[in-house]
Structure formats: C-alpha cells, structure tokens
Design a binder for this molecule. Structure first.
Ligand code: 5GP
Length: 210
C-alpha cells in the first residue's frame, strides 16, 4: 500500500522554517501534503489559533496525553512542553499524504527511532548575525527573549549532522527550491514509484514475459 512520507523539519527560530513549509504547502494539493499540528503548553501568540497553529493545552492535559501514550514524540522546549500526537500523522500517512513535522532536535531523535523511514531536514540561517537581524525584524520577542533564542540557536544548530538533508536559508526562493527538490526526490524513490506507477510498470513486466 502506498503511504505518505514523514518529513521532519528542524531549525533554530528565525531560520525561516515555518515560512518555507507554508510556502511549500501553498503550492501543493492538500491531498498530497499536510502539516502536523502539535500540542503545546505555551500560550498562544497574537494571531495564533487553537487547532490551526497548535493545540494549546494546560500542563494537566499534556500530562494526561503522555500517560495515554498519545504522543509519537514530545519534548520540553523553551520551558514548555511540545508534542506530536500519533493521531496527527498516522491517518494522513495511511492515506498516502506526506506529513511535515515542525519539531526540535529532541523530537526528531525520537521520531527517527520510531519511524526509520522518516526523512529529516535541517534549516540553518547563513550566519548568526543574520539570524539575530531576522529575530529583531519580526518584532515578536523582547530583547531578553531574543538573547535567549540566540543562545538556544547555537545548541540547536550543533545537531545539524543528525539530519538527512541540510538547507542554508540565505535566499528564500533558492531554499524553497531545495525543499521542493528533496520532497520530489523522495517521491521518485523506486520503492514509491513501484506503488505510484504500478500499472505502467506491470505492463513492462508482461511485455518481457511475452
Ligand atoms: P514556537 O514556540 O516558536 O512555536 O516553537 C518553538 C520550538 O518548538 C520550535 O523549534 C519548534 O520546531 C518546536 N516544536 C514545535 N512543535 C513541536 C513538537 O510537537 N515537538 C517538538 N519536539 N518540538 C516542537
């Protein structure tokens, strides 16, 4: 049966990961690609909606989900819990839809252990100075939070070599092309093509027999 591919995307905040995923998904049919919506204990930022950006839950609810073994992975990031439920991904994958996980390196490790066919992509900014510039420009965080994010960015980036693919997001369109190319290459993998183009391939096998 043809199943979708699970793509893990990680990056320090400000590297442009969400913009890249959103731009990619905009070009795609929802029947072919979808993003997993995580649960988090952090508060919504202005404009963020429950069920769209995250499922915003309190500590008790999150811990109940842990007890129920609902998560494929979860981790503490910036003092808050974040997790991906099995429900958020399994049905889509079973329906042949590619699923994107926007998660940190701790979650990526857990998913790789449980789903070895998942492909992981790390996105880094061209420099630390550029990252800081982007964090200041987006006017989302105080100077104190930006300093914390910059500190965290260095430790997050130190895990880049655990990933299958690396994209340096200097030019946005180039980075988007790189992301599309990785996803396209996975779809062209022979093991996938055998299932996608079964009829065409079977026709050749029949001809050879004849
Ligand atoms: P933010 O609070 O800025 O939305 O996300 C902070 C960090 O948490 C980002 O690096 C993001 O990738 C990560 N994150 C978001 N959802 C999940 C999740 O479900 N699991 C894990 N492990 N990390 C997540």
């Amino acid at each position: 049966m043809y199943t979708g591919t699970l793509f893990i995307l990680s990056a320090p905040s400000g590297a442009g990961k969400s913009s890249l995923i959103n731009a990619y998904l905009k070009q795609q049919d929802q029947q072919l690609a979808n993003i997993s919506i995580s649960h988090t204990t952090r508060s919504p930022r202005p404009g963020e909606k429950h069920g769209e950006h995250y499922y915003f839950v309190d500590h008790n609810e999150f811990e109940l989900l842990i007890k129920q073994d609902a998560f494929i992975e979860y981790a503490k990031v910036f003092d808050h819990y974040y997790g991906t439920t099995k429900a958020a991904i399994n049905q889509h994958l079973a329906n042949g839809i590619n699923v994107f996980l926007d998660i940190d390196w701790q979650g990526a490790r857990q998913v790789r252990d449980k789903m070895p066919n998942a492909k992981s992509i790390f996105i880094i900014p061209p420099s630390l100075a550029e990252l800081e510039k982007r964090l200041i420009k987006r006017e989302q965080d105080s100077a104190e939070v930006i300093a914390k994010r910059m500190q965290k960015a260095k430790s997050e980036i130190s895990h880049y070599n655990e990933y299958d693919y690396l994209i340096i997001n200097d030019d946005f369109n180039y980075a988007l092309n790189c992301l599309s190319a990785i996803i396209k290459a996975e779809t062209l993998n022979t093991s996938k093509q055998i299932l996608i183009n079964k009829d065409i391939l079977e026709q050749f096998i029949d001809q050879n027999k004849g």
